[in-house]
Design a protein around this ligand. Sequence first.
Ligand code: ATP
Length: 238
Amino acid sequence: MIHLENVHKTYPGLVPLHVLKGIDLHINKGEFVSIMGASGSGKSTLLNILGILDTYDEGKYFLNDVLIKNLSEKRAAEFRNKMIGFIFQSFNLITFKNAVENVALPLFYQGISRKKRNALALEYLDRLGLKGWAHHMPNEMSGGQKQRVAIARALITQPQILLADEPTGALDSKTSIEVMEILKELHEQGQTIVVVTHESGVAHQTEKIIHIQDGLIKNIEENTLQSNSPFSMDGYIK
Ligand SMILES: Nc1ncnc2c1ncn2[C@@H]1O[C@H](COP(=O)(O)OP(=O)(O)OP(=O)(O)O)[C@@H](O)[C@H]1O
């Protein structure tokens, strides 16, 4: 599904910064993977390339066998909208729209009618345990609730890949576990998920940990998932 060969990225500037120095990576459909490394190691840069939010300079990136290189902005946006769901540390909800409007937004860009997109957004909010919160504004919700709205928004287009950049970075430890449990449950339902984190505890919730150091993959750690968390997902995902 995701295949990278010798991918390099340099940020131009007075002193150009060579951030990715030859990344080789393969992620299969249905895998739950984390990219872990210290601050500045290139994790977000790599995730942005995977999500076609940024370009790379050298090497090859294939997404479902399509070479993602030199795409026009229009074609890149089409790919993103159709294939990829994003979750961010700071939720990136639109502050002046309520929960249901936030979740429905990606469908607006697909030209789906307001009635249909709102009905589907309500379904996704319900799946994420947020029935009754549809008409609340983001500033009326807790961090965990906001992240669940963001997850619903990422899922509503039924993306082939879910990319999460430090999804628990702004949450307390109990809420972080709840969010990781949601991701685990989505993985069990077949969703391909890539999480960027600098926290070992988060990475160890995934089945494969890709350690990145100074722009290179240092090693890949296989991890057996435990499903005995005290935080049951009952009520979140039906
Ligand atoms: N748009 C940009 N222009 C110039 N330099 C950048 C840009 N984005 C990131 N960098 C630099 O590239 C390096 C890698 O950044 P990146 O955000 O990928 O690291 P990271 O591993 O995700 O770090 P963190 O955990 O702190 O978010 C850093 O030194 C950063 O300052």
